[in-house]
Write a protein that binds this ligand. Structure first.
Ligand SMILES: Cc1ncc(COP(=O)(O)O)c(C=O)c1O
Length: 416
């Protein structure tokens, strides 16, 4: 089956691209919007950077804020989630900035001290784990990774298991919304609710969530949330955001200090002033977000997501039929036509992680590329071999069939 969306992406047609999750892929109209801003800048760099880009940034933040259901000034762009989480984690390791130990609103900001705990899972992204461990090295706090065994069962059981790691010393909960190694959608709403009641700060890494699953940050009610727009929202690369609940925005220190600190012309939001302007840099990926949102709207993204979700369920089933290994999560129930995808109890949406038997991983990866031109992350995780597959609008059934054919033929040849 041919797929008309495919022609809107610049991906090499000879590659079976099943790795949207790593860096995304940007559709042509969105890339053109981004490049249009770069060209506009070069015509009049001074006016563009000092006036026009600032106006465009407000428009872009407004479009993104509306998309995720929060206020325009509660969102700031960063090039990637690593930078955004560094702002948060390093602020928590910092000394008080206001001199009297109080934030501008009079509430003492959270600062980590020796013995405090940051509770997380053992499914997190390596760069984030390192950031938090660095902060622990600076402060003497502890990074506590609650073991989440697979297969996961129910959302309720996950919440209880995770919550059993909370102690009186837990000051921060850090969790992925959709995990990198296991592609699991973590049920966060109940955890955020309990954390708020317990006075624990929630910091969520939603790198894979925006654009892949419906996202309403007001409903989720995490304190802090970051996501990469260039992954599943398909903006130009180098675009992530950091949402912070208004009353804790004063807790965050600028990672890069520039004119927004001691601003000669303060804007309506100190949060935006302190973090947005970081010296001369290319802002065009940030400005491409409205085009990315429009692209998904113009192309009936709910239907695209549904098609990809169904393909993910079916392909995972076919891959697991090749071995007697138990999948890492139950199969999602598919909601009726017109209902939101994924179902609220679904553990994955457009991306899944399948277990493979013990094989020579390097050889399988090489042969999948050499013989089928399949681009998909494959590697060990814990004591298991994992293949992570992403389905995006440009993928079709032929891609899924090629993957299943490759795995079927190669697994016996690379078995250990
Ligand atoms: C769960 C998760 N968090 C964060 C990131 C961070 O991405 P970056 O290295 O672009 O900051 C990724 C990237 O794949 C990810 O999978």
């Amino acid at each position: 089956m041919s797929n008309s969306l495919k022609s809107q992406f610049l991906l090499d047609p000879d590659v079976v691209f099943l790795n949207h999750g790593s860096f995304g892929a940007t559709p042509r109209p969105v890339l053109e919007a981004c490049q249009g801003f770069q060209l506009e800048l070069e015509r009049e760099p001074v006016r563009f950077l000092s006036i026009r880009a600032r106006e465009l940034l407000i428009e872009s933040r407004a479009a993104l804020a509306e998309y995720v259901g929060v206020g325009t000034d509660d969102i700031i762009y960063f090039p990637n989630p690593t930078t955004a989480i560094n702002v948060v984690a390093r602020s928590l390791a910092d000394a008080y900035s206001t001199g009297n130990g109080k934030s501008a609103e009079g509430r003492p900001p959270l600062r980590l001290r020796a013995g405090d705990e940051i509770l997380t899972s053992d499914h997190e992204y390596g760069a984030m784990e390192r950031t938090w461990r660095y902060v622990c090295y600076r402060t003497g706090a502890r990074f506590v990774q609650q073991h989440i065994p697979t297969p996961v069962t129910t959302q309720a059981e996950f919440v209880e298991r995770f919550w059993s790691g909370v102690t009186p010393r837990t000051k921060v909960i850090f969790l992925s919304h959709i995990t990198s190694p296991t592609a699991l959608i973590f049920p966060l709403a109940e955890i955020c609710r309990r954390a708020r009641a317990a006075g624990i700060l929630t910091v969520i890494d939603g790198a894979h969530a925006i654009g892949q699953i419906p996202l309403n940050l007001a409903e989720l009610d995490a304190d802090i949330y970051t996501a990469a727009c260039h992954k599943w929202l398909s903006s130009a690369k180098g675009c992530a955001f950091l949402y912070t609940r208004p009353d804790i925005q004063p807790w965050l220190e600028p990672l890069v200090v520039s004119f927004g600190w001691e601003n000669d012309h303060p804007g309506p939001s100190r949060y935006v002033d302190w973090h947005q302007w970081q010296g001369t840099r290319d802002l065009s990926p940030f400005l491409s977000v409205p085009a990315a949102i429009k692209f998904q709207k113009d192309n009936d993204w709910d239907a695209v997501r549904r098609r990809c979700h169904l393909m993910a369920i079916d392909t995972r089933r076919r891959i697991h039929a090749l071995s007697d290994l138990e999948p890492i999560c139950p199969e999602p129930v598919v909601p009726p036509a017109g209902a939101a995808i994924p179902d609220s109890a679904a553990w994955f949406c457009q991306m899944f992680s399948a277990r493979l038997p013990q094989v020579n991983v390097d050889l399988l990866r090489k042969r999948m590329w050499d013989e089928y031109r399949i681009e998909a992350p494959l590697g060990p995780w814990r004591d298991q071999v994992r293949l992570r597959i992403s389905f995006q609008g440009y993928n079709d059934q032929t891609d899924a069939d090629t993957l299943v054919e490759a795995v079927t033929r190669l697994l016996p040849a690379v078995a250990l």
